[in-house]
Write a protein that binds this ligand. Structure first.
Ligand code: PMP
Ligand code: GLN
Length: 378
């Protein structure tokens, strides 16, 4: 067999969650909540099943859900995406990202990616014959040097992949960053893939900077989003993407043969649930309380950190403890201390990333207290 992805191994999320189970460790590695999802949402999905939403959804998604998504963009960003032509419901953000890349990347096209990067971006580009052009961001601030971005844009640049709030670093892009992105892409054919799955998890009163707030950027961008993150149901694998019609019509050509459509009763249940905007507006304070609880508890530990500004992840720097490679350190933490984390270097071609591991704080307060006790003892 000639592998199409010779350098790719099993994803770190599967590896670390399996290791956590094997060693009976607290699992703060893979990003998912360990508390129950809202019964109100679950009841609405069973109601949809009882009401007959059990056959294929329309290819672009249940219309009530697309209307709900449209209303959200009007409410939060004063930005219009037409439900008929500019919003498509997907099997999680992962499928949206893969389908966007397949629909637009031709052999030899260059795709700019900021590293560390979420792990599904690069394989999608490689499988479609694209060439990755990495831009390295560094701990602890992971700030973009826009002069460097300008220097990497060529006539072959087809796409720039953006992720704010950023997994794994927990940093967010400012309005100035978005303006720079807009300036550099203006009058080009570059498509921006803006992964905004953590748009509702931004802390300390900061505003999420969506590409849809910047008119020129919006015209060249896809936004991808995930109900798994927003409604604490990562196992449902439902998300969506939005883009201007010229881009979305190309997306749908691929989407219809990629999955055709996604789980219908869950879409209808989510549509009914999100009619109440409080279901997603409350997320910032919900997760900020968890971040603050956790960080207060580990403030005297030997781990160094800058508080996460968004996402449900916190990165911890451990060079005061050991100079072990982060993959070895993360494995040892799981085996010997019963706490699973994600080593940052896996998002970064296994380069050492200044001794940093990522923890997920979408956990019960009880789990966070236990995790903090472990970290304080290291
Ligand atoms: N992008 C980022 C940055 C993520 O963290 C995740 C998920 N964890 C995804 C995309 C994929 O989302 P989904 O589970 O909806 O496929
Ligand atoms: N996005 C989640 C994370 O970063 C994991 C998703 C997955 O397991 N593929 O932890």
């Amino acid at each position: 067999i000639i592998s199409k992805l010779p350098k790719v191994d099993t994803t770190i999320f599967t590896v670390m969650s399996a290791l956590a189970t094997k060693h009976n460790a607290l699992n703060l590695s893979q990003g998912f909540p360990n508390y129950s999802s809202d019964k109100g949402l679950i009841d609405l999905v069973s109601k949809a099943m009882n009401n007959g939403y059990n056959q294929y959804a329309p290819m672009a998604g249940n219309l009530d859900l697309r209307l709900g998504i449209c209303n959200k963009y009007e409410l939060l960003y004063n930005s219009t995406y037409h439900p008929e032509t500019e919003i498509t419901v997907t099997a999680g953000a992962t499928q949206a990202i893969y389908t966007i890349v397949s629909a637009f990347i031709h052999h030899g096209d260059e795709v700019i990616i900021f590293k560390p990067a979420y792990d599904c971006y690069e394989p999608a580009v490689e499988l479609n014959g694209g060439k990755i052009v990495p831009i390295q961001l560094s701990a602890p601030d992971y700030k973009v040097n826009w002069a460097e971005v300008a220097s990497k844009i060529t006539s072959k640049t087809k796409m720039i992949m953006v992720n704010t709030p950023h997994n794994p670093s927990g940093t967010i892009w400012s309005k100035e960053d978005m303006l720079q992105l807009q300036k550099l892409t203006k009058d080009t054919d570059i498509i921006v893939l803006s992964d905004e799955v953590y748009e509702h998890i931004v802390f300390d009163g900061e505003q999420h900077q969506s590409v849809c707030l910047f008119e020129d950027l919006k015209q060249r961008s896809f936004i991808t989003a995930s109900f798994g993150k927003t409604f604490h149901v990562t196992g449902w694998k439902i998300g969506y993407c939005c883009a201007p019609e010229v881009l979305m019509s190309e997306f749908r050509k691929v989407h219809q043969f990629n999955v055709f459509s996604v789980n219908h009763p869950a879409q209808k249940g989510i549509a009914d649930y999100m009619q109440d905007a409080e279901t997603y507006l409350g997320l910032n304070s919900f997760f900020q309380q968890k971040r603050d609880l956790f960080l207060n508890l580990i403030s005297e530990s030997r781990f160094k950190f800058k508080p996460s500004k968004g996402t449900y992840f916190q990165v911890l720097e451990y060079s005061e403890i050991t100079d072990e490679h982060d993959v070895d350190f993360a494995k040892r933490l799981t085996k010997d201390f019963k706490l699973a984390t994600i080593p940052l270097s896996v998002f970064n071609e296994n380069k050492q990333d200044n001794h940093v591991v990522r923890v997920c704080f979408a956990k019960t307060n009880d789990t966070l207290i236990k995790a903090a006790e472990i970290l304080n003892g290291i």
